[in-house]
Structure formats: structure tokens, C-alpha cells
Design a protein around this ligand. Structure first.
Ligand SMILES: Cc1cc2nc3c(=O)[nH]c(=O)nc-3n(C[C@H](O)[C@H](O)[C@H](O)COP(=O)(O)O)c2cc1C
Length: 176
């Protein structure tokens, strides 16, 4: 059986990270966007990449997580805010809960977050709606910090997590 990185990415950050997840997991791992055609039955391992959309796992990824049965699954996400925050941990928990919901035989390999810049077009739409944000120090700090991500450290995080997931997935196979 094969492995697949399945990624949802609106502005490209999560797709960039997904390429390193694919690299870290190994050469037989395929990479597709959730908007492409794919046949889940061909894979025993699915590595799901999502982005944080208004405080939630993006819809495509959430519905994907709820459609997985008997898969080994890694979950990774990108967000503009702080990946170490309690809020980020809560969102990741909703992704894991969606995977386990209804006891569908899935096994979690692990999860990780990395930061991703907020695109200029998204920011200008945001400023049309909430012009006061332009002068909000907390907001400015957050977008400035995010603007350099994903960076080399984030790519390494993706690579190392995927290598760990691959070893874990192999052990599960060995146990039968
Ligand atoms: C419509 C929209 C809503 C977003 N909402 C949040 C949010 O609530 N919290 C946050 O930290 N980042 C938020 N972001 C930032 C994205 O999560 C971040 O830029 C992510 O890396 C985007 O991934 P992508 O480039 O793969 O689409 C939002 C971005 C967009 C476009």
C-alpha cells in the first residue's frame, strides 16, 4: 500500500510545507491537493495538511479527516498566529477529534504546526472590513512575525516529523 500527502492550501504556505513532508516520508509518497482527484482506497497512510481559516481547520481538510477509514494519519497545519499557543493546540485537537470521530479505525502518527505568512491580498480585504487593524500593535506584531514563514526551520520541522511518522508507520505495519 502507498502513502499520500493530501494538502489544502489557499495561498501556498501549506503546500510548501507539504513538499517537505513528502520528502521526509520517502520516495513512494505521493502529493496531491484536496482539489485534485484521488482515490483514498489506494493508500494506507494519508498525511493531511490544512490551514487555519478564521480560527478553524479549513473546510476541505475537516471533511477529509471525517472521511478517512483504517488509515495511518499524520496531521499538519499552518497558521498566521503562534503555533505554540493554546488556541492553536485547541484547533489541532478538533482535527484529531474529527479523525477519531465514530471510531473508524484510524491511527494517528502525529501532528505539528508551523507558521505561514498572511498574503497581501488577504490583508487588504481584512483592512477594508476592519481598517482599525492597521494601527493595532498586536495585529502588526503578528503579521510581521508571520511574514518570514514558512522558513528553513519550518521546512526542517516538516522533514523531521515526516521521517518520524514514516518510522512509526513502518512499525505499525510490522506488528500487522
Ligand atoms: C481567510 C483567511 C482566514 C485566516 N484566519 C486565520 C486565523 O484565524 N488565525 C490565524 O492565525 N491565521 C489565519 N489565517 C492565516 C493562514 O492560516 C496562514 O496564512 C496559512 O499559512 C495559510 O495557508 P495557505 O497559504 O496554505 O493557504 C487566515 C488566512 C486566510 C486567507
Amino acid at each position: 500500500m502507498k502513502s499520500l500527502v493530501l494538502v489544502s492550501s489557499k495561498t501556498g504556505n501549506t503546500y510548501k510545507i507539504a513538499r517537505y513532508v513528502q520528502k521526509g516520508f520517502g520516495c513512494d509518497c505521493e502529493l496531491k491537493r484536496t482539489t485534485e482527484k484521488y482515490d483514498l482506497s489506494a493508500y494506507d497512510t494519508v498525511l493531511v495538511g490544512f490551514w487555519l481559516d478564521s480560527g478553524h481547520v479549513d473546510n476541505d481538510s475537516l471533511s477529509l479527516l471525517k472521511r478517512l477509514y483504517y488509515k495511518k494519519v499524520g496531521i499538519f497545519g499552518t497558521l498566521g498566529g503562534d503555533p505554540q499557543s493554546e488556541a492553536a493546540a485547541k484547533v489541532m485537537k478538533t482535527a484529531v477529534d474529527a479523525l477519531y470521530e465514530g471510531h473508524r479505525g484510524n491511527i494517528l502518527l502525529g501532528t505539528f504546526w508551523v507558521r505561514g505568512k498572511i498574503s497581501k491580498s488577504v490583508l487588504s480585504v481584512m483592512y477594508e472590513k476592519f481598517p482599525e487593524l492597521k494601527n493595532d500593535e498586536k495585529h502588526i506584531k503578528r503579521i510581521t512575525e508571520a511574514s518570514v514563514h514558512p522558513n528553513a526551520e519550518d521546512r526542517l520541522t516538516a522533514l523531521l516529523n515526516a521521517q518520524y511518522w514514516q518510522k512509526k508507520a513502518q512499525k505499525i505495519k510490522a506488528r500487522g
